[in-house]
Ligand binder design. Structure first.
Ligand SMILES: Cc1ncc(COP(=O)(O)O)c(C=O)c1O
Length: 364
């Protein structure tokens, strides 16, 4: 079995190519500052909870998250990461018609396929650098669509939705009785995130579900903490088809603590914005890579030199202990031509750039 997303250093270890501590993973889009300090002691404090099943309503987790999000606790639905919630929502509308803004996170299409739904891809345009303005106007012409998945900021493009357009789309979908799922897994990396998050709209729109992940910004992908924000009616409907204990007790306890880490979040946003600016400028200066503008903690790059393929470049980097995300499996991106690079710390980004200079023709 191979991994289908980034963040799979295990694959590299299987080939004996690297000392694990030497692997630099640019394929998973995690906070390069690592988890907030003090996580280990929080783990120890939470340890006692493993003797019991998690409290079935996750009251404390939902209350802490609801406070931070400015909504009622009845609007919060915990999940084993947002990936779990994507599959739950898809199952809720199984054998339906599902629209997806592409290129985007591949799990929406995978979930819809698994649930035997018909998928409609709405394509972001490369000539507009994948900027989503105007996109989705065709939603009304598709006929009845039960679900629309979009990602803001979008993975793998890093682009943010203009809020006016997103709001119009949610309104159109309300009339069409289409549920809009806005996946904000990377919203905490956006400098002006309060202006861009759709969470406050949940009070007004019954057809809106916003997904939030703690994985990326707190760099804890191994723990699996995510939640949906939706109107109470939708949260109840989803809870009814969710298996019991969707989040383990340690994850719930750590999530309660992490949501209050406002100082860490501020610092992360500030620092990563600086790292991203520098990395993007450096990539722009490399012959052969054309980076797309990004508001997130990753950068999509087109490989302009036809003699270099994404897979070939990734293999060359892997031999140097560096992982990047080959984007061949993203619907709407030309296979072989795109890679996604996570923004890491400046010294790590420099190591990537040095390797790219060695591997890319005419870049040395
Ligand atoms: C857009 C997007 N949504 C959701 C996920 C899944 O995140 P989680 O770890 O919360 O399941 C990912 C992970 O790569 C992602 O890129």
């Amino acid at each position: 079995m191979t991994g289908r997303h980034g963040g799979n250093p295990w694959a590299l270890l299987e080939t004996d190519l690297s000392d694990p501590s030497e692997i630099l993973d640019f394929s998973a889009d995690l906070n390069p500052l690592g988890p907030p300090p003090g996580m280990e002691s929080s783990f120890k404090e939470a340890w006692g909870r493993i003797r019991w099943y998690p409290e079935p309503t996750y009251r404390e987790f939902r209350e802490s998250v609801a406070k931070a999000e400015g909504v009622d606790p009845s609007c919060i639905l915990p999940g084993n990461g947002t990936a779990d919630l994507i599959h739950l929502i898809s199952r809720w509308k199984a054998r339906g018609r599902v629209a997806v803004m592409v290129p985007t996170f591949t799990e929406y299409e995978r979930a819809a396929q698994a649930d035997q739904s018909e998928i409609f891809a709405l394509h972001l345009k490369e000539e507009l650098d994948f900027f989503p303005d105007g996109l989705g106007r065709e939603i009304g012409s598709l006929g009845a669509v039960q679900l629309l998945f979009l990602c803001n900021p979008n993975n793998p493009t890093g682009r943010l939705w203009p809020m006016k357009r997103l709001r119009e789309l949610v309104e159109d979908c309300q009339r069409l009785e289409t549920v809009v799922v806005v996946d904000e897994a990377y919203m905490e990396f956006v400098e002006d995130r309060l202006r861009y998050s759709a969470v406050p709209w949940v009070k007004r729109f019954q057809n809106l579900i916003v997904l939030r992940s703690m994985t990326k910004i707190f760099a804890v992908p191994g723990i699996r903490i995510g939640y949906a924000v939706a109107c109470e009616e939708t949260a109840i409907a989803l809870r009814q088809i969710q298996p019991p204990w969707p989040m383990n007790a340690l994850a719930a306890s750590l999530g309660e603590r992490l949501i209050g880490e406002s100082g860490f979040l501020e610092r992360s946003r500030r620092e990563i914005a600086k790292f991203r600016q520098q990395l993007r400028a450096d990539l722009q200066g490399l012959p052969g890579t054309a980076p797309v503008p990004s508001e997130a903690n990753f950068i999509l790059c087109r490989l302009a030199d036809p003699t270099v393929t994404a897979q070939g470049l990734a293999q060359g980097l892997a031999r140097r202990g560096i992982l990047i995300r080959v984007c061949d499996d993203f619907t709407g991106l030309e296979p072989g031509r795109f890679i996604r690079i996570a923004v890491r710390r400046p010294e790590e980004n420099q190591r990537l750039l040095q390797s790219l200079r060695k591997i890319l023709p005419h870049a040395g």
